[in-house]
Design a protein around this ligand. Structure first.
Ligand code: FAD
Length: 381
């Protein structure tokens, strides 16, 4: 392991690996990435794998559609051979009230301004797309055929491989224990394998970001929360799009191998680093899923697990330099959408670290909370 670097990135999830690749692509030398476990061991390898462009704010639509472009041309752009198993079989967003449907209509106007090909559907039209869908109480739906899912492990490993090819050093099973500072400037990081002196530290440690910035004596307005998820046995393909409802609070997709992956946003889950599975989740999830797709009542669950959502005050990412400590940067607070935004976030953070003009006209800096500029995104799970 190098003992001196230009930039140290902490975290080997999809965000850290995307940042590493994009910094190296810009020509930044001596980039070192540190991951305390294996790549994708955090939220990335535990996520629902959904990638959607149907958002309500222009900046989320922009970051998601730019990311989708990169997912679509992943091997060409990164110049590697790796199938990220992108399946663009749509996202069907379900509306259970007129208010929700009105919001979908407004979102679609924003999406169309960026050429995202979303459409509004009646319940009957939604059932034409998913014949097993229970349309009782359904008021309407929004649908984008170009949304879908991809394999988060393959995407992360792809970024890591491309970054290494461009000279990034990736150290797995290397845990950051401390950030060394002097006169409000980052000087380096202490790991379980030694000290690395560096000019810049980028924290992309997902749910553990707060712990790491605390090492530098700082506190961010973020917390982590357990989100559970399960996978079923594989059966014949009956569900093409990702099904999602914000008000009924569920997402559910069928993988190419026939397994269903599903989860929901827990209510009253306390902030924690708990990643244990619960019986309560299994029971509630089963009820929700079998109401939405009645034939699922005969399917067996084969595994459940949990991961951490990292949540900011507006449930939107913080991709920012930290003014209180020269040389410190964070990419965190992704709630349930860090995988789908990671390609564009990597580009954005590389711009911020190098001081270049931002590729995307978005506001995700930490100081927005002090300015009172809360992002109002209506389409968050
Ligand atoms: P992580 O993947 O958590 O990576 C952070 C890494 O930092 C970890 O590997 C960790 O080991 C490492 N680390 C921590 N501390 C240290 C240390 N001290 N030293 C070194 N390394 C350290 N997003 C979507 O876009 N679509 C979805 O469908 C979706 N579904 C989700 C479902 C669930 C159940 C969960 C939990 C999340 C879901 N998300 C989804 C959100 C998405 O998974 C995250 O936003 C995204 O993976 C965040 O990536 P990351 O690289 O920032 O964090």
């Amino acid at each position: 392991m190098k003992n001196k670097a230009n930039v140290v990135i902490i975290g080997g999830g999809v965000v850290g690996c995307s940042i590493a690749y994009n910094l190296a692509k810009k020509g930044v030398k001596d980039v070192v990435l540190l991951e305390k476990s294996y790549l994708s061991s955090g939220a990335t390898g535990r996520c629902g794998a959904g990638v959607r462009q149907q958002w309500g704010t222009k900046q989320n639509c922009l970051l998601a559609s730019e990311s989708m472009h990169i997912f679509e041309h992943f091997e060409d752009i990164l110049q590697i051979k790796r199938d990220i198993e992108l399946k663009q079989k749509g996202y069907l967003l379900l509306a259970y009230s007129d208010k929700e449907l009105e919001q979908f209509k407004k979102n679609i106007v924003v999406q169309h301004s960026l050429n995202i090909p979303s459409i509004l559907l009646t319940p009957k039209e939604a059932k034409e797309i998913v014949s097993d869908l229970n349309i009782e109480k359904l008021v309407g739906a929004a649908y984008c055929a170009k949304d879908g899912h991809a394999n988060p492990f393959q995407v992360t490993l792809g970024y890591a491989e491309a970054a290494q090819r461009l000279g990034v050093e990736i150290n797995k099973f290397t845990e950051v224990k401390d950030i060394i500072t002097k006169n409000n400037t980052a000087l380096g990081v202490q790991t379980n394998k030694g000290f690395i002196e560096c000019k810049k530290v980028v924290v992309a440690a997902g749910g553990w970001t707060q712990n790491i910035v605390k090492m530098a004596g700082l506190d961010l307005p973020i917390y982590s929360e357990r989100h559970e998820i399960l996978v079923t046995e594989s059966v014949k393909n009956v569900l093409d799009p990702m099904l999602m409802s914000f008000s009924y609070n569920i997402y559910c997709q069928q993988e190419p191998n026939g397994s269903f992956i599903m989860g929901y946003g827990p209510e009253n889950e306390p902030p924690s680093y708990n990643m244990e599975s619960s019986w309560e989740f299994l029971e509630t999830m089963s009820k929700k899923a079998t109401w939405l797709l009645p034939p699922l009542k005969n399917i067996r669950v084969i595994r459940q697990w949990a991961g951490l959502y990292n949540i900011s005050p507006d449930r939107q990412p913080i991709v920012s330099q930290i003014n209180q400590l020269e040389g410190l940067y964070v990419a965190c607070g992704f709630s349930g959408h860090g995988f789908m935004l990671a390609p564009a976030v990597g580009i954005l953070m590389a711009d911020i670290v190098t001081g270049d003009q931002l590729t995307y006209n978005v506001i995700l800096d930490l100081e927005r909370f002090n300015r009172g500029e809360i992002i109002e995104e209506p389409s968050v799970v």
